[in-house]
Design a binder for this molecule. Sequence first.
Ligand code: BTN
Length: 156
Amino acid sequence: VGPRLLPFQCDLSGLWRNELRSLMEIHEVNDAGEFSGDYLTAVTATSNCIRRSPLKGAQHDTKQRGQPTFGFTVNWEKFSNSTTVFVGQCFVDDKGKETLKTMWLLREEVGSPGDGWRATRVGTNVFTRKRNVERGKILQQHSPPCDAPTPTPTAQ
Ligand code: BTN
């Protein structure tokens, strides 16, 4: 029995979580396969307060390929000088469950080309779909404390 391919399966739009408990919300994938979204990482190589960060990517046409490949870039500049690129493929199991198998490269800014040897980390992440109750609003609710508005000081 092969995967049960439903019409909108492996369309990346929606809310996803990986094994680190990082969340990403992908907005609508357009006709050219391009998409944007937000990423809220659960971990950081910096000592800075994590902030929700924008992502941009492209995926192959889900109408032509049941288990399409994709890639996206996350720009962490709100709290880090690094950039991550992810590449991956969406798989559908025999129960219809979607899984994104990805590999990533995380490039950190270094002072000179001679320090390039220590500038790149590599790894894998597996994402599964989370039920998306309110499209586009989920990551705002999960935002870390440093994304919250600064409370107005009250007179003592
Ligand atoms: C940084 O620490 O400089 C920025 C955040 C990097 C988070 C990485 S990206 C690859 C891995 N997967 C995640 O979900 N988070 C980490």
